[in-house]
Structure formats: C-alpha cells, structure tokens
Design a protein around this ligand. Structure first.
Ligand code: BGC
Length: 612
C-alpha cells in the first residue's frame, strides 16, 4: 500500500467511526449516543491506529521557533505548540494566524492528520500580542470581586487569543498566595480561597464557553498545587504542608475548575515534603484525576521532564510535556526507553494520549483546525477596551481619603502629576505584558494614567516625572509610584533574585516627601503586584489608592479619581504594616493575634455620595 493510500484509508477510518456512531445515535433511540460518548468512540478508534512514536509525539509540546519545528511536527508527531517569550510568530495578527496555519497544515499532512493545540500564556488578556486588550492582573480582579466581569474578561481573552491563532491558554492561575514575597502574587486572585474559587469558576466558564466553537479556548488551572504557599514565598520552593492541610486549604479552586469543565491543569514547580509536584502521583493521579474525576490534560511546566525526574513525572500522571529548549529529544527517547524497560506502562501512555485526543475532539479541531480570520478586527476593539476599563475602575481600592479630598474637582486650576509610572503603560501593566518580564516603555493601544487625567479636566496639568520640580501653587499632586515589572522568580523577595523589597524604593518615597514639603495636597496611586509596606507613605498622603496592575486602560483610574464612578474594590489580601512582619515563613494563620495587618482583607472605602 502506498503511503498516500495508507493515509487516506486511515483518515477514512476515523471519519467513518464518527458517521457510524452518529447514525446509530439517530437510528437507535434507546441506545442514543451522547456527544461525549461519541468523542470517546472517536478517541478509542484513533488511539487504536497509533504507533508508539505517534503517541509519544502527541505528548510533546515545543516552541514554534524551535530550529526544526516543521520537521518535528511531521517526523516526531508533535501534539502541541507553545508561544511564550521569544520571537513573535508574525508581524500582525494575520501573520500570527498564517504561521500557525502553516504549522497546522504540517500536522494535518501526517499519517493520521491529528491537529495541533496552540498554547499561549494569556494571563491578563492576550498579553503576548501588542495591540490586544490587556486587563488588570488577577489580583485586581480579586479586588473587584465581580464574577460576571471576570467571566466577560475571560470570554474576550478567548476571542483575542483565537484571533491570534491560539486554541489553548495557560490561565487562570488559581493559587492562594500566603506570602507576599512570592513573585507571582499578582497572577492569583486573592489570599482568600472563597474569592479565588468563585472567580476561578467564572474564568473557566468565560474562556471555554461552548468549547467546540472557534471563539473559545481551552483553559488551564495552574499551578497544581501549593505554588503560592511555599516557605518564604520562594517560587518553586518547598510547601511545608501535609496533604491533608493542602487539600483543605488549597484544593477548592481546582475542584470548582474541574466541576466547571476545565480542559487542562498545569503541574507546579514546588515540592511537597521534598517530592516535586510534577512527580507527585498521590496528588496528580489519585486526587486530581481519580478523586475529582478530571478527564482533561495534565501538562508539565517549563522543561518539567528534565527538571523533575524524567519518566517519574509521566508515571505520576503528567500527560503532556513542555519539551522546550532542547528537551524534546531527551523526553521522546527517555520515555521510549522507559516503556521498553517496563518502567512506564503502555496503559499510562494510552491514558495520556486519550486525554489529549479527547480535548482535541472537544475543541472540534478535527473539523475546524484553523483560526477564524473574522475575529481579527475584534483585537483591542473599543468594546473590549471598555470592559477592561470597567475592570480597572472596579479593581481600585481606596485605603485613605482624609477630609474627603477625593473625588478631585474638575474645576481646579493646577494639578501636578508625578512619577514615571504615571506616563508609562509598560510600568502600569506588570510582568507578562508583551514580553515575559513586561515592558518599561509604552506599548501600542494602551492609555497611560496621565492621559486619562488629561481627559477629565481643563486644569493646567504639569508632569513632573521624577519629582524634581517645585510647584507649591498646585492644588493637588497625583503621585504615581510602585513596583517595576517582573515575572516568576524575578519577583521573589529573598529568593534567588532578591531584587525587590516589599517597600517603595527610596526615590519613590522621596517623590511623596518632596511634595509634602511644598505643602501640596497629595494623592498617591500605588501600582503594584501585591500589597507593599507603605505605612509611612499612607500617613504622609491625603488619599491613597491601591491600583494593582491595571493593564492597558490607564484612564479607568482617572474616571474614578474625578468622581465619574465610585470606588468598588475591596482588599483581596491583608495589607502589611511592617517589614518585620515578613521575616518568617508564614501561612494562612499568619495574620493572627500577634501580627495585625494595617488593613484587614476586604477593606476598602467609598465616596459618601449615593448618586453613583
Ligand atoms: C510558568 C508557567 C507558564 C509556562 C509557559 C512557566 O515558567 O511557570 O506559568 O505557563 O512557563 O510559559
């Protein structure tokens, strides 16, 4: 049989299984086949045709710019492509789609024609694409506490991700951070497990909607489990909890994600009693897959195979491996060797491949493998940006408003706006914005806080970037200070990098002192991925607003400062009083009788007027 003929026969077999199953469904009402049963039949018949190499290929995820990506797809039967940091797939959305269409065609040209999954870290909008709508990071959504809004945001993220060629997002992060020193606090909704669970559900439903449509994506709950509860907040560190404690305190968001139909779960970098989560069979297989009845894909994190024990992670229940940056060969040959030596069972491989195929069928990729070009005009559309602006407004938490100096009157004569964060959309957006570690320059389509202020009033507005000028005649100084962008362990405090403190930098502290000395009324806008120790700065200012990492729509902040809308946000984390509070490793009972936060979880002021 020629290769080509072989190819056609196999594809025919797959399609005919589908048709026979549908026919038996319509002919035999008693034994009607549900869509899920039909998918199982298709999975089984396809699996039965697969060679071991094709199975291992399905379990492999690589980057789109790996040297030999096209050859790997056709010869190593790759199951998925990831776009993370690194070169963009194209110059514009058409180019991104074109690149992924080319790769998809390669996959479809293989013997069995199994389509690829295309994955992206769209963690606050399709944040890898310049021009997309970038929403506040999850900590801000946690402050909004608005599940309907989170669902809408996830729906838009799905549309903009699909518009740039993706059918899978590595979001939401459902961690429950116990330590603000962790560099990923902002990726999670809240320190409170109930808030986290409610918003997780909304996010899963929003992303996945009807999963078989071309404007929805498969979502990923990450990082399973204990990522935000490591000792001293170290990314990938040890989580000092028993399985019982971990299950009671951190598992609820996963349960709700699975119950809401989440398609994938990503394993975490942390260890539990020294065992890497990637190779923790009790938690991945017994608890998640069997206990919660999770039928989707467990994906490893970055280079999980080489970092966390090779085939041990497959035996623990990892189904797909991020075999990036040189890991592909090691993974594929290592797994094959493991199978030949019986250290990995073929049943485990079949289970992994079934889970991957099942999601591909649920996504309807066999019928609709390509992205929809009609979605492209929706990227960064006004409608999407208006939702992002609403999210910015609702995420702001007013911590102090002495003498009701807010809202700011639109009739003032002179306003000074201070700080580089005030006029820089990169700085206001945090990590995972355009690039992995974020930007320190303006990016396309975004509005800065200063631009937002200029839209609100005809007052004279002076911009003093580094608080180097004298303006004692100003009616008010709006001082924007905070953290510079970071992602993952780069944001850890006291960890490997130790680059940041939980306080403002000295120069940012001086911005506030500089205007205080001039006797000007001060409003501080804090841009940060977590609560910072700002006790002195709060005392020194007349009003103080925690704005988290608002994303592309900086003008949402001005709309609330000038009273077009009321404050709604409530603290998603307790707010620390002193740096000393963070010296130990601590967990959920940290805020006990001995250490009191400056503001409790849930705190947030509002304007008194009732006409909002
Ligand atoms: C992060 C994940 C992310 C993955 C892919 C890892 O370093 O921990 O959250 O999804 O990279 O970019």
């Amino acid at each position: 049989m020629t290769y080509k003929y072989n190819h056609i026969v196999l594809k025919y077999l797959i399609i005919s299984t589908f048709l026979v199953a549908s026919f038996s469904c319509s002919q035999n009402k008693v034994a009607a086949v549900t869509p899920e049963q039909l998918i199982e039949q298709r999975v089984d018949s396809l699996l039965a045709l697969m060679t071991l190499d094709e199975k291992i290929g399905q379990m492999s995820q690589i980057r789109h710019f790996d040297d030999s990506v096209e050859i790997a797809i056709t010869e190593k039967f790759i199951g998925s492509i990831i776009h993370s940091d690194g070169p963009a797939p194209g110059e514009n959305a058409e180019g991104w789609q074109a690149k992924f269409i080319t790769l998809q065609k390669k996959a479809l040209s293989t013997r069995l024609g199994i389509p690829l999954l295309f994955a992206v870290d769209a963690v606050h909008g399709q944040n890898t694409y310049e021009g997309a709508t970038i929403f506040p990071h999850n900590i801000g959504l946690g402050a909004s506490g608005n599940a309907a809004l989170v669902q809408e945001i996830a729906k838009i993220t799905a549309i903009e991700s699909q518009a740039t060629g993706f059918n899978w997002v590595f979001s939401p992060c459902v961690a429950v951070p116990y330590n603000e020193k962790w560099g990923r606090v902002y990726e999670a909704f809240s320190e409170d497990v109930k808030v986290t669970s409610a918003l997780t559900k909304a996010s899963v439903i929003g992303h996945q909607g009807e999963l078989n449509q071309r404007n929805t994506v498969m979502a990923t709950a990450k990082h399973f489990v204990g990522d935000g509860a490591t000792d001293y907040g170290v990314e990938g560190g040890e989580t000092s909890m028993s399985i019982k404690e971990l299950s009671e305190q951190l598992m609820a968001p996963y349960k709700i994600a699975v119950a809401s139909g989440i398609g994938s779960v990503m394993a975490s970098f942390n260890t539990l009693s020294g065992v890497p989560m990637h190779s923790h069979k009790t938690l991945i297989t017994d608890s998640l897959k069997i206990g919660m009845n999770f039928s989707g894909i467990v994906v490893s994190d970055w280079k999980g195979y080489s970092r966390f024990g090779g085939n041990a992670i497959i035996n623990a229940g990892i189904d797909m491996v991020m075999a990036v940056d040189g890991d592909l060969e090691d993974f594929q040959t290592g797994l094959k060797r493991g199978i030949s030596k019986d250290s990995v069972s073929i049943n485990r491989i079949d289970d992994a491949v079934k889970r991957i195929l099942r999601q591909k069928f649920r996504l309807n990729l066999f019928e609709n493998p390509f992205p929809d070009s009609t979605l492209i005009p929706l990227i960064g559309s006004e409608k999407h940006r208006n939702i992002a602006k609403q999210a910015v407004r609702e995420s702001l938490v007013l911590l102090k408003n002495e003498g009701q100096i807010l809202p700011i009157s639109k009739e003032l004569n002179k306003i000074v706006v201070v700080g580089e964060h005030a006029n820089n959309s990169g700085l206001q957006s945090g990590g995972w914005t355009i690039s992995w570690q974020g930007e320190t320059e303006n990016y396309k389509g975004a509005t800065t806080i200063l631009e937002g202020i200029q839209k609100q009033t005809d007052a004279e507005i002076v911009y003093d970037e580094n608080a180097s000028e004298q303006h004692p005649d100003a009616d008010i100084a709006i001082i924007v200070v905070g953290e510079t962008p970071y992602a993952e362990f780069f944001g850890d405090i006291g960890g490997e990098m130790d680059r940041y403190q939980l306080t403002l930098t000295e120069s940012h502290q001086n911005y506030i002192k500089h205007y205080k000395k001039q006797g000007v009324t001060i409003v501080v806008i804090l841009i940060s991925g977590r609560p910072l120790v700002t006790t002195e700065q709060i005392e020194m200012s007349d009003a103080f607003v925690a704005s988290w990492l608002p994303g592309s729509e900086g003008d949402g902040i001005a709309e609330v400062l000038f009273g077009n809308y009321n404050f709604k946000g409530k603290l998603p984390h307790s707010w620390p009083k002193s740096v000393d509070d963070f010296n130990g490793k601590y967990g959920p009972n940290f805020w006990d009788d001995t250490i009191k936060p400056l503001y409790e979880f849930g705190y947030g002021l509002k304007y008194e007027e009732t006409n909002f």
